[in-house]
Design a binder for this molecule. Structure first.
Ligand SMILES: O=C(O)CCC(=O)C(=O)O
Ligand SMILES: [Fe+2]
Length: 259
């Protein structure tokens, strides 16, 4: 974790020119960096620099700073192993075989994206936001931070600060866990606030199905409980396009697939 945080800090410290080759805009561009959240559609800019790298099924990495690529590969592989275990637990908890989700969503080819967020001190934190309210598109997001808090999750309509223990992973459930569990697991709405004293850094790793998988509520859950499907099925890749093309105005993209 420490080496990953250092590596990302090293990337943000590169010159603008060195970073400018990664100014991609499309959600499936392998390496993208920049400022703001969804820079192509949002009018508002947020107090944040970011780096997004697709690391699986095909591995990509910026070639600077030195050694970054090795740490990125090692870290994201370890995260995939932890996620596989968590999804086995979630499968069992849903009354399914432990390997159900891993198999049904073709996690051998899972889309895994690393997002490093840098939130510098903001002179008027009450007027700015690090990241606006959103839910993550994947199954599980594994988040670490540099010891500075800033994540808030929505709980019973209120924003609650999340203070992680040092060295802990924060695990956010994403839209595709909600879809496949037919709402038994909720995708958590969250946002990041900024402060006026210290630079905060967070690294989230989004772990999703394979891009070509059509995800819909698990059939066994509908039959067992005789409840109707609450979401339409959609290819994960198409869902990403849909999320990217819409302004994130505090609503999750899930509203687009709810029946
Ligand atoms: O910085 C944070 O704590 C939140 C990051 C986040 O939500 C994301 O990268 O999707
Ligand atoms: Fe997020």
């Amino acid at each position: 974790m420490k080496r990953m945080l250092e590596g990302c800090r090293g990337f943000f410290n590169l010159t603008d020119e060195e970073k400018s080759m990664y100014n991609g805009k499309h959600v499936l561009d392998p390496i993208r960096c920049g400022s703001g959240f969804n820079a192509s559609v949002d009018e508002l800019y947020f107090w944040r620099d970011h780096l997004k790298v697709i690391v699986h099924p095909d591995f990509h990495s910026p070639n600077k700073p030195t050694g970054f690529s090795n740490v990125l590969q090692e870290y994201t592989k370890a995260v995939r192993d932890v996620v596989r275990g968590l999804l086995e637990g979630i499968s069992e908890n849903l009354g399914l075989e432990s390997c159900y989700i891993n198999r049904a969503l073709d996690l051998e080819s899972s889309l895994q994206i690393l997002i490093a967020n840098l939130y510098p001190p903001c002179p008027q934190p009450e007027l700015a936001m690090g990241l606006p309210s959103h839910s993550d598109h994947g199954l599980l997001t594994m988040l670490i931070e540099n010891g500075i808090s800033g994540l808030q999750i929505q709980h019973k309509g209120k924003w609650v600060n999340v203070n992680a223990a040092p060295g802990a992973f924060l695990v956010n459930t994403g839209d595709h866990v909600e879809i496949l569990s037919n709402g038994k697991y909720g995708s958590v709405l969250h946002r990041a606030v900024v402060n006026d004293k210290t630079t905060r850094m967070s690294i989230s790793v989004s772990n999703g199905p394979s891009p070509e998988t059509i995800v819909s509520p698990v059939q066994e859950l509908l039959e067992n409980g005789s409840c109707p499907a609450a979401y339409i099925g959609m290819k994960y890749k198409d869902y990403l396009e849909l999320q990217q093309s819409n302004k994130l105005d505090g609503n999750s993209c899930l509203n687009r697939v709810r029946i």
